[in-house]
Write a protein that binds this ligand. Structure first.
Ligand code: AMP
Length: 181
């Protein structure tokens, strides 16, 4: 369990960039957490402690910042890492899921055989941040469509005002380490 002062410390290591990548967005920049060894280690210690008892088989990360936390956690747990990528990036046969953006549609993909070593694999889905939950919901559906069991979705940061948790909880339990306004 993280203590309140540890959560406050982690929050303070995240830099906020106003109006990036477009006006009105307050971008949560996690590079300032990652380049702080004390903060990154504290975060990974917490995640290892939380997920060690859950008997997971794989950690799946969403491109691209989700990869960082998912891959680091996978090695800590001694299990495999699976990438969920934007359309057209994965080289082998893929399964895709579209999701709505504010304007238009995007799509994420996973390799069709990502979890073939273990039918019914217990999978944790990871991204850096949940806003509306659209990206994570599409990724969650992909994981289920290729035959795995989605145990939980993990986010380092949650923006609770955007309702992503409510949307994603239709697919799996949701855990976020930090809440931001
Ligand atoms: P959403 O599908 O709306 O939940 O958006 C989540 C994705 O967009 C994640 O991959 C985040 O990395 C990124 N994202 C959305 N809003 C922000 C923000 N304010 N700061 C940083 N990343 C964001």
């Amino acid at each position: 369990m993280l203590r309140d002062e540890e959560r406050t410390y982690l929050l303070e290591t995240i830099r906020e960039i106003p109006d990036f990548p477009k006006p009105g967005i307050r971008f949560k920049d996690i590079t300032t957490l990652l380049n702080n060894a004390k903060a990154f280690t504290l975060l990974m210690d917490h995640l290892q402690e939380r997920y060690e008892p859950m008997d997971l088989d794989f950690v799946a990360g969403i491109e691209s910042r989700g990869f960082i936390f998912a891959a680091a956690l996978a090695t800590r747990l001694g299990i495999g890492f699976v990438p969920v990528r934007k359309k057209g990036k994965l080289p082998y046969t893929t399964v895709g899921e579209k999701y709505a953006l504010e304007y238009g549609v995007d799509e994420v993909e996973i390799h069709i055989d990502a979890f073939h070593q273990k039918p019914g694999a217990r999978v944790l889905l990871v991204d850096d941040l949940i806003a509306t939950g659209g990206t994570a919901q599409a990724a969650a559906r992909l994981i289920k469509r290729v035959g795995a069991n989605l145990v939980e979705a993990l986010f380092i940061i949650e923006l609770p005002s955007l309702g992503g948790r409510e949307r994603l909880e239709r697919e799996a339990p949701v855990y976020s380490v930090l809440e931001c306004v």
